[in-house]
Design a protein around this ligand. Structure first.
Ligand SMILES: NC(=O)c1ccc[n+]([C@@H]2O[C@H](COP(=O)([O-])OP(=O)(O)OC[C@H]3O[C@@H](n4cnc5c(N)ncnc54)[C@H](OP(=O)(O)O)[C@@H]3O)[C@@H](O)[C@H]2O)c1
Length: 333
């Protein structure tokens, strides 16, 4: 197949291109940078420009796979590619949904209103921007030629956010001998879809002309179990030391992601449905996911090889971890 990847230099889109090349497809990647996988062809373009896709719009493509976040990027790609591309595969997000409280919700759940602007103001527009992207693709390609995939948290080797490698890394490198600070969240469901499983399924959907709208998440795993799998992946005998959520929030510890955070933690139960969306439709269409321990083990192995392994982008620093564990133990400790 002739596959056009809009991206190819980042994380998921790079993995998609790697997978498609490995399956003997003719792959062209469009991005500003050129560090695309061996065996793919690079077209340098800045999608902020109106004519970014002019050169590739002169060729026929069996499928385009797009990971864009900006509505303008998607609208212009649809405008330019609808005449020359058979099918449009758009990587959207579970953040398009208006409500994250209901466990097991399927793809018919209500979405946010689409962002009218061409460019997001900030991350607060992310879900609405992706809704706008979905709508643009459906308007230009129709339901018969459109695949929309809404992943939950993507994880594994190469995670640029540092979220999914944090827990195995922390268990492998406790800042305090034998102890790892964790939030008390016994009911919190987590879910991680391995970047390699998602990429493999997307390419196989292109091969099989699968169309429709699909949630794509890993199985829901209770947070304490996720932490135990991370501990096993790290082959660590450190024990988790739980701190109440309110206590952590009072001390400026962030949920979910970013600096001074405990990654994947959600304090507010009205977000718990985000990690338990129904993936029945995707699984019926061939999505398979590897065991969580494989994802976390490989994420840790990758992170250990990075020169900036101390600057992870998410989680607590050693100093923050030591300070918080000492405060939790109290003055007598
Ligand atoms: N991470 C998660 O947990 C998660 C969860 C749900 C959904 N998603 C979705 O999954 C997708 C993949 O995310 P990712 O972070 O892994 O993305 P990624 O593959 O790193 O994709 C970004 C790509 O877009 C290209 N790009 C960005 N701006 C561009 C521009 N102005 N002109 C041309 N190319 C441009 C980048 O190339 P250059 O920089 O070289 O131009 C890069 O190749 C996204 O659609 C995201 O919304 C992610």
């Amino acid at each position: 197949m002739r596959i056009l990847v809009l991206g190819g230099t980042g994380w998921l889109s790079h993995e998609i291109a790697v997978t498609a090349v490995a399956r003997q497809h003719a792959v062209t990647c469009v991005a500003r940078r050129a560090d695309i996988p061996d065996g793919a062809r690079s077209v340098s373009a800045d999608r902020d420009r109106d004519d970014a896709l002019a050169s590739v719009a002169t060729e026929h493509w069996d499928a385009v796979i797009d990971v864009a976040r900006q509505p303008g990027h998607v609208r212009r790609a649809v405008r330019d590619l609808a005449p020359v591309v058979d099918r449009y595969l758009f990587v959207s997000t579970a953040s398009v949904y208006a409500d994250h409280a209901i466990p097991g919700a399927d793809e018919s759940a209500e979405r946010l209103s689409p962002l009218a602007a061409e460019v997001m103001n900030g991350l607060e527009d992310y879900g609405a921007a992706k809704v706008a992207g979905e709508d643009a693709v459906l308007a230009g390609f129709g339901t018969e030629r459109t695949l929309i995939v809404r992943p939950g948290l993507i994880g594994g080797p190469g995670d640029p956010t540092g979220r999914t490698d944090y827990w195995p890394w922390r268990f492998a490198h406790p800042a305090v001998q034998g102890a790892v600070l964790v939030p008390e969240a016994p009911e919190l469901p987590t879910s991680v879809i391995d970047v390699r499983d998602l990429a493999a399924w997307l390419v196989s959907c292109a091969e099989r002309s699968v169309v429709g709208v699909f949630n794509a998440q890993g199985p829901a795993v209770p947070f304490p179990e996720h932490l135990d799998v991370a501990r096993q992946a790290a082959v660590s005998d450190a024990r988790p030391v739980s701190a109440p959520g309110g206590w952590l929030l009072e001390r400026g510890v962030n949920e979910w992601a970013g600096p001074r955070s405990l990654p994947l933690w959600l304090a507010d139960p009205s977000w718990y449905g985000m990690n338990t969306r129904s993936t029945d439709r995707a699984r019926a269409a061939g999505l398979t996911t590897r065991p969580l321990i494989d994802t976390l083990r490989d994420a840790l192995a990758w992170r250990e090889l990075q020169p900036d392994s101390i600057n992870r982008g998410a989680g607590l620093t050693d100093a923050e971890e030591r300070e918080l564990l000492a405060a939790l133990a109290g003055p007598a400790a």
